[in-house]
Write a protein that binds this ligand. Structure first.
Ligand code: GUN
Length: 294
């Protein structure tokens, strides 16, 4: 089958340009720049890359971006105190705490301390609850970016069988929720599969859309996919590759080379979901800024 790439890189670049134009207009009219603060605790290499990419994207769209890098030994109380200080700082519009946090910190306690007005990750219980009810709120960046990508490619998902692989609070659960909601995209019949699912391939073989968010390199193989399916690959896995100068390369949760020829649409890794996640965070930050400015 002739497949089409769902080009997250190009789509995100277009959306970034729209945000940048809006920010320039705000600044021209004498407004301050929207500001996003990211807190990174510890030295997790993947988190460092993600936060650096978010910071770079902030700069590209003209936001005031700031990264607070805190030592691994930071206590939960210290972290919550910093969150409270940022909540009270009226010149900061959005706050994210990069996950995972070190083991001695309860992530839910920290997320609950973030002001819902600044919760541009959409992880606060109030944001999650509103999303579940279909109310206006900040949506988590990765599922939001995937919804935007499907919309940009004018894919009408109504009535489709969608299988979401993974049940994390960051991707799987909100993704299943959004795809099942009324709307375009949306109106899917959603099945959530996870590590305890029996005969997982039975579900994926029936799927019109598969969203893979398991964190297992090349997990989805060609025999698990029906002809003409739409594949969204959330995985960003670093695997050893001695032929590369860096010694590694990034692969998704989907065996792209084997699966792509069976698909109607598929996201590449890198250049698919990743850039859409970051631009969604930028959109949420602009939304937080505008909600305050009004
Ligand atoms: N860790 C993995 N994805 C995310 C995300 O979207 N936001 C935060 N804060 N942490 C993450």
């Amino acid at each position: 089958m002739e497949y089409r790439l769902l080009d997250g890189k190009a789509t995100a670049a277009r959306l970034r340009a729209e945000i940048a134009a809006e920010v320039e207009q705000i600044v021209k009219n004498g407004g301050r720049r929207p500001a996003l603060t990211a807190i990174l605790v510890g030295n997790d290499p993947a988190s460092q890359t993600y936060v650096a990419n978010k910071d770079k994207s902030c700069k590209e769209v003209g936001f005031a971006g700031d990264v607070l890098r805190l030592p691994e030994t930071t206590t939960q109380e210290e972290l919550i105190k910093i969150v409270n200080d940022i909540n009270a700082n009226s010149s900061i519009d959005g706050l994210i705490v990069q996950l995972p946090l070190p083991k001695h910190i309860n992530p839910q306690a920290v997320i609950a301390a973030i002001s819902p007005d600044k919760d541009v990750d959409g992880f606060h219980p109030q944001s999650a609850g509103k999303m579940m009810l279909g109310e206006e709120t900040f949506l988590p960046a990765t599922p939001m970016g995937i919804m935007t990508l499907l919309k940009e490619y004018k894919i009408n998902t109504a009535g489709m069988n969608c299988v979401v692989l993974g049940r994390s609070n960051i991707v799987g659960r909100p993704m299943a929720n959004l795809l099942s909601q009324k709307g375009i995209p949306g109106d899917c019949t959603v099945t959530m599969c996870h590590s305890r699912t029996k005969d997982l391939a039975k579900y994926t073989r029936e799927a019109d859309i598969i969203v893979a968010a398991l964190g297992i390199p090349n997990f989805v193989s060609a025999d698990m996919v029906k002809e003409g399916a739409i594949i969204v690959d959330v995985g960003i896995n670093s695997v050893e590759d001695k032929s590369r100068k860096s010694g590694y390369r990034l692969v998704g949760d989907v065996d792209f080379d084997a699966v792509a020829p069976k698909c109607s649409y598929i996201t590449p890794v890198p250049g698919g979901v990743g850039p859409m996640t970051i631009v969604s965070l930028m959109q949420n930050t602009l939304k937080a800024y505008k909600a305050k400015a009004l």
